[in-house]
Design a protein around this ligand. Structure first.
Ligand code: HEC
Length: 154
C-alpha cells in the first residue's frame, strides 16, 4: 500500500468516525436549553405553541404524560382520575403557561419534595431502567402540547 492509499483510508476512518458520532448524538434525546426565572420557563421549549388536542391525549396516555394518574381533569371518558395532586380543573386561572411549563419540565425546582415526576430532565434519577437512561420522559414538543392543553383548563 503506497503512502497515498494509506492517507486516503485514514481519511475514510476519520470520516466514518465523525459520522458515527453524529448518528449517536442524534439518536439520543437532545435537551433544549431553557431559562428558569421567577418559578417559570417563559419561553416555549420548541419556539412554537403546542397542540392542545395532542396534549390531552398525552395527559391520558399511561406511558407518556400519565397526568390523570395523579390529577382530576375534565376528561370524562376516562373513569380513573388520581387524587394525589390538585384538581386541574381551572388551573389556567391560577397558573401562567410559564409556571405550568416549569412544573412539567421539573417540579422539583419549585418544590424539592414533590412527588410529581420531572418530565423533561435526564439526570439525577434513581433506579432508571436501562432503556430510559439518558432520556427525558417527554420530548420538548410533547411538553409544549401538555402546556397548551393545561392552559385550556380555565
Ligand atoms: C405522581 C403524581 C403526579 C403526576 C403523574 C403528575 N402530577 Fe402534577 N402535581 C402532582 C402534585 C402532588 C402536585 C402538587 C404540587 C407539589 O407537589 O408541589 C402537582 C401539581 C401540578 C400542577 C399545579 C397545580 C395547581 O393547582 O397549581 C400542574 C399544572 C400539574 N401538576 C400538571 C401536571 C401535568 C400536566 C402532568 C402530566 C404531564 C402531571 N401534573 C403529572 C402530582 C403529579
Amino acid at each position: 500500500m503506497g503512502f497515498k492509499t494509506l492517507a486516503i483510508s485514514a481519511l475514510g476512518v476519520a470520516l466514518s468516525f465523525t459520522l458515527g458520532t453524529f448518528a449517536t448524538a442524534a439518536e439520543k434525546n437532545m435537551m433544549v436549553k431553557f431559562v428558569v426565572k421567577d418559578e417559570a420557563i417563559a419561553k416555549s421549549l420548541t419556539g412554537k405553541p403546542g397542540n392542545a388536542v395532542k396534549g390531552r391525549k398525552l395527559a391520558i396516555n399511561r406511558k407518556l404524560g400519565n397526568c390523570l394518574a395523579c390529577h382530576v381533569m375534565p376528561i370524562p371518558e376516562q373513569t380513573f382520575h388520581g387524587l394525589i395532586g390538585p384538581d386541574l380543573n381551572g388551573v389556567a386561572g391560577r397558573r401562567s403557561a410559564g409556571e405550568v411549563r416549569l412544573l412539567i419540565v421539573n417540579p422539583k425546582l419549585v418544590n424539592p419534595d414533590t412527588i410529581m415526576p420531572a418530565f423533561y430532565r435526564k439526570d439525577g434519577f434513581e433506579r432508571v431502567m436501562k432503556k430510559f437512561q439518558g432520556k427525558t420522559m417527554l420530548s420538548a414538543e410533547q411538553v409544549e402540547d401538555l402546556v397548551a392543553y393545561t392552559m385550556t383548563l380555565k
